[in-house]
Design a protein around this ligand. Structure first.
Ligand SMILES: C[S@@+](CC[C@H](N)C(=O)[O-])C[C@H]1O[C@@H](n2cnc3c(N)ncnc32)[C@H](O)[C@@H]1O
Length: 269
């Protein structure tokens, strides 16, 4: 049995994800595992190397297809229009880029950036059979040190990526840097469901069903054990608001999706 009381971190636990603590202690969390700060990126890369070919399928099965609705509403929240230039950060296999492409069309430009080549490669293959904008480019790059000069993008979207960074504030600072003045950002990330009874069901599903499905489909039980753990130690929506506001973002708001399983933050430079 899992202890439902202990799976969601308290404030002290969540604050271990923050840069101040990571840099001071030189430790980072990978799920419930404590690593040296320098080793986390490599573990994240390894994780996505294992799941990349089955990533889209797993997302659809595990979320029962709901992730498409969350992603669609996040792209819509960016209020894109041609000829906007959009950065899809931690783009993975490019779902958000593909959805944004339908709005921006071929007049704008989309840069799908991720540091994992296997995930990008899966996205590039998908581009051949899905309606991506002609002007979508896949670029390998680290979200903590983006390979772009200042004020390049009208909008930035990051879907289920920020949780993976070693220094999450640094990721947000980089987003702020590459946004044009008045540019907008949407960050979609998993979070803590609001309703107690729903949380009980979600915890059971996350800890008992997800790892089993992960093992069956990707061959790795570990990959989908780390996944629920990383969600439960991630800062809560109001804590993300504080981080964004300290960096300088304005008009910050958030919306809980599906009782708060996912949260969509929106902010402006
Ligand atoms: C859960 S996937 C999300 C993919 C996609 N955005 C989606 O919503 O389906 C997280 C992605 O973040 C990428 N990622 C993690 N850390 C990163 C970093 N430091 N720089 C760039 N990409 C990173 C991973 O390689 C992975 O493709």
């Amino acid at each position: 049995m899992i202890s439902y009381k202990s799976v969601w971190s308290d404030k002290t636990g969540r604050h271990r994800q923050l840069e101040k603590s990571v840099t001071k202690q030189q430790t980072a969390m990978f799920g419930s595992e404590v690593l040296h700060e320098k080793d986390k990126a490599q573990r994240v890369q390894h994780h996505f190397n294992i799941v990349s070919s089955k990533y889209d399928l797993m997302n659809t099965i595990l979320s029962m297809g709901i992730h498409y609705a969350w992603k669609k509403s996040s792209v819509k929240a960016l209020a894109l229009k041609p000829p906007d230039r959009l950065l899809d950060l931690c783009a993975g296999t490019g779902d958000l880029s593909s959805m944004a492409g339908k709005i921006i069309g071929n007049a704008g430009q989309i840069v799908a950036c991720d540091f994992n080549w296997q995930m990008l490669k899966t996205g590039i293959k998908k581009k051949r059979c899905r309606p991506f904008s002609k002007n979508t480019n896949f670029i390998q790059g680290d979200a903590e040190s983006l390979p772009f000069s200042d004020e390049q993008f009208d909008a930035v979207i990051i879907g289920f990526g920020i949780r993976n960074l070693t220094h999450l504030e640094q990721g947000f600072r980089e987003i702020f840097r590459v946004l044009k003045p008045e540019g907008r950002m949407v960050c979609l990330e998993f979070s803590k469901p609001k309703t107690f009874w729903f949380r009980l069901f979600y915890d059971f599903y996350s800890y008992k069903i997800m790892p089993l499905l992960g093992a069956l489909i990707t061959g790795s039980k570990d990959a989908y054990t780390v996944f629920p753990e990383s969600i439960r130690i991630f800062p809560l929506p109001d804590e993300i608001v504080s981080i964004l506001s300290e960096i300088g973002f304005k008009n910050i708001s958030y919306k809980r999706l599906t009782d708060g399983i996912a949260v969509r933050h929106k902010a402006f430079k």
